[in-house]
Design a protein around this ligand. Structure first.
Ligand code: CO
Length: 236
């Protein structure tokens, strides 16, 4: 295989990390057209931004000062920054399947802590979406493996709120209704974290919002459950 030239610093790094040049291995990776496309896209994207603002990346590399923390679903059709049309640096993001805030998930709790205590975000947005595969799968009977454990809080929520769903509610409407209820439940979970409780207690301005996104028209709806202190945590 023909050796591919790479930037000298990359070659040096490879030698340091692997004790040898692994360019043949990387060559195989880079050859994939689907992956190559991403590097081409990246160069065009960076060039377009610096054309408008030559200092953009340099300035941003020195600090981040986002006003929002977004907690959303991993679904590829719900890309946070694009939906609200914000450039890099303005949205701190945490995503997982079905936008859950589980009280013993160190990943999500650390993100919330860093966002509130260090970055001092003013808004935490929990954003779900209609037709969420995670929500749908939580209420289906078929076991699917490890994901069942992750989605257990939604299953329990569904059982707890069984009375909300009318007899004649079709399966899609049922999923969409549960998507909304799930957002409200996760807003409550955010509000009940030690980080948010402490922030409110010391008088830090912080609002927690519940939104939902519709895949079929690209629009957000505010579920109007915004909390800005212990007294305004939404009921469910
Ligand atoms: Co989803």
């Amino acid at each position: 295989m023909k050796a591919r030239h790479c930037r000298p610093e990359v070659s040096l790094l490879r030698r340091r990390v692997y004790g040898r040049d692994v360019s043949r291995h990387l060559q195989r990776t880079i050859k994939s057209r689907a992956v190559k496309k991403l590097f081409e896209n990246n160069r065009r994207w960076a060039a377009a931004i610096t054309k408008d603002n030559p200092q953009f990346f340099e300035t941003l590399s020195l600090q981040q000062n986002p006003e929002y923390l977004w907690i959303g679903c991993s679904d590829s059709r719900v890309p946070p920054s694009q939906i609200v049309n914000l450039p890099p640096g303005e949205l701190f993001v945490h995503r997982n399947v079905a936008n859950l805030v589980v009280p013993d998930d160190p990943n999500c709790l650390s993100v919330i802590q860093y966002a509130v205590d260090a970055l001092k975000v003013k808004h935490i947005i929990v954003c779900g979406h209609y037709g969420c595969g995670g929500v749908q799968s939580a209420i289906s009977e078929r076991p699917k493996g490890p994901i069942d454990n992750w989605l257990m809080p939604i299953k329990k929520l569904y059982d707890r709120k069984a009375s909300v769903f009318g007899e004649g509610t079709g399966s899609q409407a049922r999923v969409d209704q549960l998507c909304e209820i799930n957002v409200i439940e996760q807003v409550r979970n955010v509000c009940h974290t030690g980080t948010v409780q402490d922030a409110w207690e010391r008088g830090q301005a912080l609002q927690v919002h519940g939104w939902i996104y519709r895949l079929s028209d690209g629009l957000l709806t505010d579920l109007e459950v915004t909390a800005d202190g212990p007294a305004s945590v939404p009921d469910l």
